[in-house]
Design a protein. Structure first.
Length: 105
C-alpha cells in the first residue's frame, strides 16, 4: 500500500511492487479468473491490473480498499508499506498508522 494521491506515482509504485509477479503463470491464472488477460500482465502491467492489486491513494481510499477485502471474506491480509519517497521513512509510518487496528477515529 502507498499513501499517494497522484495516479502516476501510485501506479509507478504498484508497478515496482508487482513487476516480479507479472511473468509468473500462477499469478496470471489468478488474474485471468478475475477477468484480466495477457495484455494486462504484459510488462509493465495495465493500469487496471495495478489499480486492482496494489492499494494506493488517499488514507480514506487505502482504508476503503482494505475494508473491501475484509468484507469480501479475506481473513489474512498482508500489508506492505511502499513509501512514495523511499528516503522519507515518515511516509511508511503514516501508512502504518492509517491502517493500524483499533486506531481512534
Amino acid at each position: 500500500s502507498c499513501l499517494i494521491d497522484d495516479p502516476e506515482v501510485g501506479r509507478a509504485m504498484g508497478r515496482r511492487a508487482l513487476a516480479m509477479y507479472l511473468p509468473l503463470p500462477a499469478y496470471q491464472r489468478v488474474w485471468a479468473r478475475d477477468g484480466f488477460g495477457p495484455e494486462d500482465w504484459a510488462a509493465p502491467g495495465s493500469d487496471a491490473l495495478i489499480d486492482r492489486y496494489f492499494n494506493w491513494g488517499s488514507e480514506l481510499a487505502v482504508r476503503d480498499r482494505l475494508a473491501e477485502l475484509l468484507d469480501a471474506g479475506a481473513t489474512d491480509v498482508i500489508l506492505g508499506a511502499s513509501p512514495s519517497d523511499p528516503s522519507d521513512s515518515a511516509s511508511i509510518w503514516a501508512l502504518l498508522d492509517a491502517l493500524a487496528p483499533n486506531r481512534p477515529e
